[in-house]
Each structure stands twice: as structure tokens, then as C-alpha cells.
Design a binder for this molecule. Sequence first.
Ligand code: C2E
Ligand code: MG
Ligand code: MG
Length: 608
Amino acid sequence: MAWWRVPTSPPLPNHALLEAELQALEGFRADMAEIEMRGQELEETHARLAAALHTMPHGLIMLDADERVVLCNNRLRALFGVDPDIVRSGATLAQVVDHSVALGNHPSASTMQALTAMRGRMAHGVACAFEQSLPDGRLLAVHWEPMQGGGWVCTYEDITARVAATERAAHLARHDSTTGLPNRMALIEAMQVAWPSRRGSGFNLLCLEIERFQELSDTCGLPVADELLRLTAERLTACVRGGDLVAHLRGGGFAVLQLASANPDLARHLARRLLDAVQAPLLVRGRMVLPSARLGIATRDIDLLDPCGDALESAQELLRNASLAVTRAVEDGGERITLYAPDMDRRAQARHLLEMDLRAALSAGQLRVYYQPLVSVARRSVVGFEALLRWEHPERGFVSPGVFIPLAEELGLITDIGAWALRTACAEAARWPDSVKVAVNLSPVQFKRGPGPELQHIVADALGRSGLPAARLELEITESLRLMEDAHTLDILHALRALGAGIALDDFGTGYSSLSYLRSFPFDKLKIDQSFVRSLPEAESTAIVRAISALGASLGIATVAEGIETPAQLAALVAEGCDIMQGYLFGKPSPACDIPAVLVSAKLPLSG
Ligand code: C2E
Ligand code: MG
Ligand code: MG
């Protein structure tokens, strides 16, 4: 009980009065201590609130019902650069706004106009959020919240960095980071947006593909490939008119959207300009590059009554058609500029079905390895077999390796298929006589770094599992790719050689740089390409075969001739000193079960 409320009546005796006074005094002391404690607590709470208020990331100002500042934090003062002596508790809104206007925070508005605009918002009496830009480029997110009993709490957040990051992310999602060009998504969006305004006219879409771009990237490295893309982007952009759009789709693929009536001639004209620009020689990071490119064109008239509802679908279809046309141009290798034709869809569909079948072929057990004899002239006997893949599809029948191997390479399936062929061939060869070797073809794709084990480990594994001595394995690589320019490939070849396997250069004489290949790696065998053998004993082919045999002899490399079908071809090859023969004359590729018979019968033609 508080001392001032000590009851005064009824009158008490003296000692009782004293007792009551003492009690009251005690109560007073306790109350004072409590008040003091509360005061301290209040002070602490106040200090904490002040710390929170001044360190919060938002600027905050609180106004009472009379538009006077109740409180305001340091962040708000810093955001607007205002004087703390002016923007402080007790100041009026008019004073604050006047000061802020004087500082230039409200360009092209007078104090009166700024104040009226603010009061206009407040007049609604409900919370509101909006953005305010400052003259120095910063952007603030503003939130005003009415308080019970009148007045406002207004917060201001600097969202400049956040908005810039969001815009950057949106830009990145629609642009390719290497070239800075719009990407596929942005191209489709651009067509979709422009669709209504193109009524009565149309679009021509040109897809351009830099040939062998992936190969260049693999052999010369990413920096060179990226630089080539950047320079190509510049060249393409320089060729088009304002309003037309250049986009980068992927790898060596670009697209140019021509805003013109659907007109193949107009598109071809632009296509030729683009080709001339892109194919001019280039110095890329000190390397002279001679890019070659092909173009596919698709055109689309947009009728005056064309509905805009399906603009997205139509844009996607136009891009698909132009892409199909360029794929056809690249695959056929004929005309550099190809116009889309509806039958391309059917061919693409057929290819897609083949792709799906091939993906399933290995696990469905449709792949087999056949073996074709290799016959030694000196020993007059079969000294080995070349392992050749066969795909027997339940409906398609036998699919030629010339069709499915390039497809498997493109789809990246050759790594698994090749490893399987290698394991199968080694296991089979382990059952043959010790004097008989097995030759297995390797695709350039198998040399590339990938997620799986490196080629030398795959080969070592196949040898280990089968128990086949490495000396009885020969690996054939083709010279069709710029494989040897890559140090990684050479490392693998040396590792394969170190295992004890022989390395043969297949299809010699047809590739990109036959002779320089011979300098870069000490091959064990050269396989003279069938094209030279086929036209034997014509004088020119005889001269080529003679030169290759002489080259092999002087370098200490054995020569193999493939594709021998006639005794006359055989006689010419023997005369030119070729060491090993392969061809239908000795035996066609056949399943493993036929090998015992082939080992006996295939010797005959040489003695004949
Ligand atoms: P290649 O390695 O040059 O194989 C020789 C090709 O010539 C084989 O074709 C073979 O059947 C064919 N051939 C052999 N003798 C004659 C003949 O007297 N006349 C004619 N007209 N042709 C003959 P195939 O089996 O169709 O293979 C074609 C190509 O597919 C092979 O050429 C090779 O590059 C590739 N290939 C086959 N199997 C594999 C494999 O397991 N892995 C890889 N990466 N490629 C393979
Ligand atoms: Mg071969
Ligand atoms: Mg060959």
C-alpha cells in the first residue's frame, strides 16, 4: 500500500501510529526502488529501440496527426541527405518537404506541389506502397502506413542494387553471355511481340551454322572458340538493318530475323551478304581461321487477318523450320544456302525415330560385332580380324555402320557402344590362336574428355577382363578429324601404346592432313583407303598405292590394303609391296561363330 494512502482514522495510539508510519516509510522505499528499476528498464528499452531504429536498413519517419515529426532515423537522413537539425522530432511535414525540395530530391516539383502530392496520398487514409526515383539514379521502395489515432509511419528502402540484379538476371536469361546477343528465348519473344505489327507483311528467318565449330572448340580450346563467336556476332550485326535482329542460338549456331515480306529472294540476298561476311579469313588470338558456314531460310507471310493468339507457336515453328533447313544444308554438304521445304519435316522425323531406336539398341542386344579377316602376304595366312559393328534392328533389318556410327558419335552414344565393342572383340579374340590379332575401330569422340573413364582405362579394362595379351590388340583411328592437334589425344595414344597395343591409321590418304599425321605419332600400320584400291590397277591409283607402300617401308610402318574384291587388285597390291590384305576377296565380315571356318579357308586366294 502506498504511504500517501495510509488510513488516518480511526485514531491510533502513539505506538501504533509510529508502527504505521514505519510501515508506510518501508512501503515508500520499496516503491521508490521499483520506480527506479522500472526507469532503468525503460531507459534500456529506449536505448535498444533507438539502436534498432538507427541501424535498420530502411529509412523511417513517423508523423503525428498534425503532420509533425514524432521520430525519424539516421538511415532516412542519410538516404535523402537531409540536415538532422531540420528533419528532427517536432519539425512539420512542410519544413521537411521544403528542405528536401531545396536539396533537389524532388526534381521539377515545388515544395507546394510535392506537399500536395503527399497529402493527396495520405487523404485516402490507407496504407500505400510505391517507388520513388532520386535524381542521382537511386530507386526507393516507399511504404506508408497510417497509425491508429492519426499520423503515419513512412519507410523508405533503397532497392537500386536489387532491381539492377533482377534486371541483370532477366538480361542474362535472354542473352548469350559470350556474344551479348539475344538468345533463342529472346528471339522467339521478339517475333511474338512483333507479330501483330507484321500483318500484311511477314518475317524471313535465317539460321546460320559455323561448320565444325565443335571440332574447333575441342582442338583450339574454348578461348579461341568464344572469340570466334564474338567476332562472328559482330560481323552478322554489321550486315543487318535496324529493326532486324541477330541472335545466338547455341555453339556455332546464329539466327537473323529479317523484318521483310516473306520473300525467299530477299532472304537469299541477305544470306549471301551474311556468308561473305562470316567466311572472310579471321585472326583469332593469333591463329588464322577460315570459317565456313551454311544457312537455312524459312519465311512466313502474316496475313492481315492472321490471328495473333498463336503467335508463339508460329514463331517457334518458323525457328524450327529454319533450323531444319540449316541442318539439312550442313548434312547434305551441297548448297551453302538452303530454303526450308516441308519434306524436311519427314526426314527429321525419320531421323528422330532412328535416334530413339539407336538409344535403345545396345541395351536391347541388337548390336553385334562381326569380324573380317586380315591376311598376311608373307605368311599366306590370316593374321587377324577387324571387328566391325553391326546393328540388326527387328524391323529395319541391318542398319549400315556408315549411318549409325556418325549418329552415335553425334549423340554421344559412341562412348558406351565403342567400349562395348572393344570388350566384346577382346573377349572373342582371347579364344583365337595366339598368332591371330584383333583390330578394333576407335571414334575420335572416344578420345574426348568426358564424365567417364579415359580411353586408356577402358582399353586396359577390356584387356584385363578378357585376358587377351595387349600385343594382340590393334586400335584403328581415322585421320578424318584434327585429332592430332590436340595434346590430350596424343597423350592417350602414347598411353595405349604403353599398354602394348598396336595403333593403325585407317583410311589413309583421304583425311585432312595425312602426312603430318605420320610425323605426330609413330603408327604401327597404315591402312590404304578403299577408294585407291577400288580403282586398281589403273595407273593413277597404282602410283598412289606405290607411294604409300614406299612411305610405309621407309618409315618402318606395315601397310594394309582394304576393300580388295578382285584378283587383279590383289596382284597390283602384292606387286607394290603391300603387307596385309583385307576385302571381300578373302572374306566378308561375319559373326564370331564363323571364324574357325574362315581361319582355314581364307588363305587360298594368295596361293592362287
Ligand atoms: P573401316 O574401319 O574403314 O572398315 C572397313 C569397311 O570396309 C567396313 O565397312 C567393311 O565391311 C568394308 N569392306 C571391307 N572389305 C570390303 C570390300 O571388299 N568391299 C567393300 N565394298 N567394302 C569392304 P563397314 O563394316 O560398313 O564399316 C564402315 C565403317 O564404320 C568402318 O570403316 C569404320 O569406320 C566404322 N566402324 C565399324 N565398326 C566400328 C566400331 O566398332 N567403332 C567405330 N568407331 N567405328 C566402326
Ligand atoms: Mg577400320
Ligand atoms: Mg577403313
